[in-house]
Design a protein around this ligand. Structure first.
Ligand SMILES: [Zn+2]
Ligand SMILES: [Zn+2]
Length: 308
């Protein structure tokens, strides 16, 4: 009987991955190499600072990113530091923070953690109690600021995040559904204030990132965020995945759509003016920034780091 096993296109070892769009099978070594090459290609287009921060939640995407960067670290002109935000989510965050700490020890990458509790005076659980439906939005606003405070504390001017191609496709569709065209240009924020964000997995699919994380041996089966179930992103994710099954390449096209709009507009688009928040002094689009709105009236002293 003929051998039904599918082999790698490049070396004939057993395949672990099928790139449906290209119709190419890859073994574990060649999948690993292909993901690492994509990150190399991406990083070559960026002028990297002395120290590159990596937003590291301990989940599969950021674990994979940290592993890739540690694999190629001898080729990088910068050192790496992992940055973790502990939002304070009971039954979920303790395990993932522990896993994140272990990963950094294994990879010998310095690790810094900032807690909502210390920065804002409350955990996320406390802040969203009674309005759990908005947990992801609230968490996103507070996490972004927390990461920024942590980056400034360690003089980090650039942060790499684990966002993959599927995330970008989801964001494009979510922005279209909400009709919020301004969000397409959210990368045009007040750059003098915020650390520059880069996304080395922008052209790597979620499937490849997940496999890379699993094959690295670092990724453990961890609990999922209890708030994620109620998010619009979850619905959009399922929808896009089904569509990609029928029309390979759809995910990539959707992911690159916003990038292309930005490129074509080039310098002709002028983002909104940012004003200093009247409460905390951080930049926002109104007189009170989103963080202070979320925190309400009992605003603790969370602006521990301020820029001149
Ligand atoms: Zn191979
Ligand atoms: Zn504020």
């Amino acid at each position: 009987m003929a051998d039904k096993k599918i082999h790698c296109e490049q070396c004939n070892k057993p395949a672990v991955y099928l790139d449906r769009e290209q119709g190419v099978h890859l073994c574990r070594d060649h999948l690993k190499e292909s993901v690492e090459n994509e990150v190399r290609r991406y990083l070559k287009t960026k002028s990297l600072p002395e120290t590159l921060g990596v937003a590291f939640s301990g989940g599969k995407d950021s674990t994979a990113l940290l592993k890739v960067l540690s694999e190629i670290r001898s080729e990088l002109p910068c050192s790496i530091i992992a940055l973790t935000v502990d939002e304070g989510i009971e039954g979920y965050r303790q395990d993932t923070i522990r896993a994140a700490t272990e990963t950094c020890l294994t990879l010998e990458i310095p690790h810094k953690i900032i807690r909502f509790q210390d920065l804002y005076g409350y955990s996320l659980d406390h802040l969203v109690s009674g309005s759990e439906r908005n947990a992801c939005t609230i968490c996103g606003i507070l996490r972004r600021r927390a990461l920024e405070v942590l980056a400034q504390k360690h003089s980090i001017s650039m942060i790499a995040t684990g966002h993959n191609q599927d995330d970008h496709a989801q964001t494009t569709l979510m922005n279209a559904i909400s009709g919020d065209v301004r969000k397409v240009f959210s990368g045009y924020g007040p750059s003098s204030w915020y650390a520059h964000r880069i996304k080395p997995f922008a052209r790597v699919s979620e499937k490849e990132v997940t496999l890379y994380a699993l094959l690295s041996g670092l990724f453990k089966d961890l609990p999922e965020c209890p708030y994620a179930v109620s998010s619009l992103r979850g619905e959009v994710r399922t929808l896009l995945y089904q569509y990609e099954q029928k029309h390979p390449g759809a995910m990539r096209n959707a992911a690159r759509c916003e990038e292309e709009i930005r490129e074509r507009l080039g310098g002709t688009y002028h983002p909104e003016e940012y004003k200093a928040c009247s409460v905390c002094g951080w930049p926002g689009s109104g007189t009170i920034c989103q963080v202070c709105m979320v925190l309400g009236k009992d605003i603790p002293h969370h602006n521990t780091v301020t820029k001149e």
